[in-house]
Ligand binder design. Structure first.
Ligand SMILES: CC(C)(COP(=O)(O)OP(=O)(O)OC[C@H]1O[C@@H](n2cnc3c(N)ncnc32)[C@H](O)[C@@H]1OP(=O)(O)O)[C@@H](O)C(=O)NCCC(=O)NCCS
Length: 136
């Protein structure tokens, strides 16, 4: 069974193995947990059979107007089971007091976010890390 939680303080570096598939410079386990601890809000999914974290989404925010969702990750073996949808649904529910919630994503994931009434806009980004295959 998959259980959902929003208490990022319960996460530690051991919980975040197996994510960031294909990233040219994936964050270290310590950086992953620090990112989530420092986030405005986190939703994560756990397989209750293994007690393993299998997906998460985080938000950074000013707490008044805007939030940005930098990361949404579901472990490859758990994709296609509705976990990503449930994580985003829960996060948007928590952020509904804000004026806006922004996401930047690859073209092939745009339809996924479209399910939540998100619309396409033009985005600009700056990255200091080594470039990945998509050029960012
Ligand atoms: C994107 C991601 C989080 C979706 O999680 P998931 O648990 O597999 O999503 P769901 O099972 O809720 O899928 C919902 C729908 O979106 C579609 N979908 C999911 N990921 C997709 C992708 N990368 N491209 C196209 N469609 C996708 C699924 O086919 C599914 O459609 P269906 O219900 O009609 O079958 C997951 O594929 C993932 O972790 N990908 C790698 C990281 C990533 O790309 N994150 C997004 C960063 S912006």
């Amino acid at each position: 069974m998959i259980a959902y939680s929003s208490n990022q303080g319960d996460l530690d570096a051991e919980d975040l193995q197996g994510f960031f598939v294909g990233w040219p410079t994936p964050p270290t386990p310590e950086q992953r947990v620090e990112v989530l601890w420092n986030s405005y809000a986190v939703e994560f999914a756990t397989d209750t059979d293994t007690n393993k974290v299998v997906g998460f989404v985080n938000a950074i925010s000013d707490g008044v107007l805007m939030a940005y969702l930098p990361l949404l990750e579901v472990l490859p073996d758990y994709q296609g089971r509705g976990i990503g949808t449930e994580l985003v649904r829960r996060m948007l529910d928590r952020l509904q007091h804000l004026y806006g919630v922004d996401v930047c994503c690859d073209e092939d994931v745009a339809n996924f976010y479209g399910r939540f009434d998100m619309i396409k806009v033009t985005g600009m980004v700056k990255r200091s890390a080594r470039l990945g295959p998509n050029g960012y």
